[in-house]
Design a protein around this ligand. Structure first.
Ligand SMILES: Nc1ncnc2c1ncn2[C@@H]1O[C@H](COP(=O)(O)OP(=O)(O)OP(=O)(O)O)[C@@H](O)[C@H]1O
Ligand SMILES: [Mg+2]
Length: 285
């Protein structure tokens, strides 16, 4: 059975495209046949990441896996400006083909409510929502009382998930939801504790799991021009001006995949897998 993971959050800049690229690349090394769809028709960050990967790998002589990409159109920005029903039809066609060809489909969505994004959420077995450790980001998930900092009610994006879940359940299908904090930094203890309280209340009310956090790391953003993620790096695969991935980042990636229940708890840390160890030396192209 092909699994569909939708990386979503109506808040822009939460880390959706970064996380989608990370999950897609890491799961190829874990043996999945991965397909990706970039449903952010205007920005196309994930699609551009993959275009960079397709150019950089052969130029650098690196034999690393590339996910299958299913594009909605040649000119997705024009598609976004046109008839929404046509864009939705293109998405449905793309995901239909992706599901036939792969074990895992990773869909990146825009930081806004669009018909294509809604349609993607209806297809999701798992929605992964990254959020910055900030009340501004939390505000699209839940409304917080300014006097007590207690959760008042779910807000915009939570309702999108609730609606998608209700529609899936009507057809006997589940929607698992994991929310995780992205770009965490060590010093914000008080802010994090206050935010945790709201997040835990909302998790109970809206039925999501709180996933493992990703820290703020240069390694998550510096390799976009090469189309690489930390899942690709090994002693043999490294653009020449990139620092070696630290053990902590590799463990963080493994915790992410186990937290999303994509790999078993006993799996080795990223970088220890056969695919990564077998990759060849990669000078900067
Ligand atoms: N854990 C991280 N550490 C460092 N930088 C990060 C991390 N996660 C994301 N970033 C950076 O944060 C910015 C926003 O990330 P990204 O583009 O993935 O978010 P997004 O949710 O896809 O945004 P949009 O809603 O605009 O599509 C980018 O510059 C990205 O490189
Ligand atoms: Mg994005």
């Amino acid at each position: 059975m092909t699994r569909v993971i939708v990386v979503g959050n109506e808040k822009g800049g939460a880390g959706k495209s970064t996380l989608a690229a990370l999950i897609a690349t890491a799961m190829m090394y874990r043996g999945s046949r991965v397909a990706v769809i970039d449903a952010d028709l205007r920005q196309q960050s994930l699609s551009r990441f993959l275009a960079n990967r397709r150019r950089w790998l052969p130029a650098a002589g690196v034999d690393a896996p590339v996910p299958m990409e299913f594009k909605l159109a040649d000119d997705t920005a024009a598609l976004a400006m046109g008839d929404p029903a046509r864009a939705v039809a293109c998405f449905e066609e793309a995901i239909g083909m992706a599901m036939v060809e792969s074990d895992l489909v990773v869909v990146d969505t825009p930081g806004s409510d669009t018909p294509v994004s809604r349609c993607a959420h209806l297809q999701a077995d798992l929605v992964v929502t990254p959020m910055n450790d900030s009340f501004v980001d939390f505000d699209v998930l839940g409304l917080i009382d300014p006097l007590t900092l207690e959760l008042v009610r779910p807000s915009l994006y939570t309702r999108v998930i609730q609606e998608a879940r209700a529609m899936r359940e009507a057809h006997g299908r589940d929607l698992e939801w994991v929310v995780l904090r992205n770009r965490t930094i060590g010093v914000e203890v008080h802010n994090r504790e206050r935010l945790s309280h709201g997040l835990e209340s909302l998790a109970r009310q809206a039925n999501f799991r709180i996933g493992p956090s990703l820290r703020e790391r240069v390694a998550y953003r510096e390799m976009f021009p090469f189309g690489l993620t930390i899942a690709d790096l090994s002693p043999g695969v490294r653009p020449s001006d990139i620092s070696a991935p630290r053990q902590a980042a590799r463990e963080e990636l493994r915790d992410l995949l186990t937290g999303l229940r994509l790999i078993p708890r006993s799996a080795p840390a990223s970088g220890d897998t056969a695919g990564e160890a077998a990759a060849v030396v990669a000078p900067l192209a």
